[in-house]
Ligand binder design. Sequence first.
Ligand code: GLN
Length: 538
Amino acid sequence: MKFIFVTGGVVSSLGKGLTAAALGTLLENRGLKITLQKFDPYLNVDPGTMNPYQHGEVYVLDDGAETDLDLGHYERFTHVKLGRINNLTSGQVYQTVLDKERRGDYLGKTVQVIPHITDEIQHRIDAIADQTKCDVVITEIGGTTGDIEGLPFLEAIREFALRVGYNNAIFMHVTYVPFIKAAGELKTKPTQQSVAKLREIGITPHILVCRCEMPLGRELREKISIFCNVPYEAVIEETDVEHSIYELPLMLQRERVDELVCRLLHLDTPPADMSHWQEIIRKLLAPRHRVRIAVVGKYIELHDAYKSVYEAITHGGVANDCGVEIEKVEAEAIEKFGAEKMLKGLAGILVPGGFGERGIEGKIQAARYARENKVPYLGLCLGMQIATIEFARNVLKLDNAHSTEFNAATPHPVIVLLDEQKQITSKGGTMRLGRQPCQLSVGSQANRLYGAFVINERHRHRYEFNNEYRDAFEKAGFRFSGWSPDGKLAEMIEMPGHPFFLACQFHPEFQSKPDQPHPLFKGFIGAANAYTNQKTPR
Ligand code: GLN
């Protein structure tokens, strides 16, 4: 088994996760069985309790793990199945070590960062190797080289590589080569210093991936090679992708990264056939159709907050040969300026998941606008609860209908806490999480889109539709098209007579890939495209 460790230098937000994922794409297409894991140096046990400003989106896996959004990249770029084991935080490491200490596993010893914490980190790499039996494990270390909290991870991978040997483990360092406008030059010094920092710890990178805004050129590559002690062909240029993150595997292939990795690790494989990936890029760059849709959210200025949603929309576009322009609409702006002003002319409205009261009324207005004007609507998790509240208030005339999450004293609690949640007080990892089955009603739009009667989707919520209102909703034409197998939990709703008004209690965005667009996003963008064509007939 072979191991690739991906570290980052100079600054954060270099797209280290994307680089690791794109390398994964190439290795998978060389016929290798791979897996990816992410180590995060913070002390939270998982990112589930952090807000999007801290962390961006929380990505949910089949087994219910709430993980770093880089795992979303891993799943979108490859076909690996990830689970709880694929995301390790310092919090988890310390928790395990302290539990062991209390049990007496270290009896008689002083428990220390080295070797106890670092051993625990290495155990996790061993565990993933044992469990997956794959050819290559790619491990990304979060944070930036030089951070105090990242040191145990770097020490652990140094020891690990020494143990398995440099024919079996390599280090890839993603670094930044800034362009200084006043000097009109790209500067290599930060990269040199970040590599020096790594070497101080005992890690010499085998490959340097240099993020830069313009090509490095021969001279700079030579300079980086000499000063950083990395062979010339292992200095990789990674400029910003021009249009889409999905171009990255092709860019790295042109730079021969996968070839180099395979050579260093003595992996004898044929070149990657990326023709299907090239077709995806063609559809992304030169689509036959175009639509503009709105995503109505509360962390709209923060792209990372709804990352998987945006990606899944793009995949829905690929499935329809349709370029999608996403209008990010702040829910509070709808409260201020009205739905008509903010949403007019857009071909689809999507309300994603969310927590907390801010912006809720704006989202309700958006759902109303979509329903009344027959604009395609897709509601995800909170987006389904919003559509339900809107229908209760404006069609069933249940004044002040609400979710008890936002108004505990509402006279019409159409959305209430799940029964199983009532006794739960602690916040970490306690929602209804992960993959759950859902049964679709025969002949529903959901059933047609999925082409199946039973589906499995990922969840992350505490609230549900209140079944006491079911009859009233159904009599008024609201359709419940998906239920949990025990028939108790409404999972999908739709509005017959509307070209596309669909919402779900789960998060379909976590299971969409560019080469396997999710059926709901495919349907939504298809409907948005039809809506656009009907408004502007050719
Ligand atoms: N806040 C809602 C709930 O907990 C919706 C959650 C979500 O959108 N992920 O049920």
